[in-house]
Design a protein around this ligand. Structure first.
Ligand SMILES: [Zn+2]
Length: 138
């Protein structure tokens, strides 16, 4: 298991049955003196929708993020159970792949998402945004 808890940029919002971006919570918290009101207790892991997430506001050291409440668990097959790879390791790994291998991996991620959840274009969009963001960070 990871030493450092995984953080999330997106979450499954139970009340509206959709995947939302952390930005909406951050905006809400900013307008309400740090109170996340309607989102409290209604944010779940975007992948397995079982682990409950909590909001951690922005500090001088890191940006706002969501993390799992320790008492709640991910579903066994949820990828968030797996250890974090550092962005350097990820970059090395991605660099070691050929163009075709990358295409295959992206395809299998999309297939996996479509199998696990009913086809949800919001979710696929979210994954693509996450991939784009992590590339920008590298
Ligand atoms: Zn999960």
């Amino acid at each position: 298991m990871a030493d450092r808890p995984k953080s999330f940029e997106e979450f499954y919002y139970l009340k509206e049955d959709k995947i939302c971006d952390i930005d909406v919570v951050e905006e809400y918290a900013t307008k309400n003196n740090g109170d996340i009101g309607k989102y409290e207790g209604n944010m779940y892991c975007p992948e397995c929708k079982e682990a409950i997430l909590t909001f951690c506001g922005k500090t001088s050291k890191r940006r706002a993020h969501l993390k799992r409440i320790p008492s709640s668990k991910h579903r066994e097959k949820c990828s968030y159970n797996y250890e974090y790879a550092s962005s350097k390791r990820v970059k090395e790994f991605v660099d070691s792949l050929t163009y075709n291998e990358i295409q295959d991996k992206l395809k299998s991620i999309l297939n996996m998402l479509c199998k696990q959840h009913r086809p949800n274009t919001d979710n696929v969009g979210g994954v693509m945004r996450a991939i784009t963001r992590s590339r920008i960070r590298c």
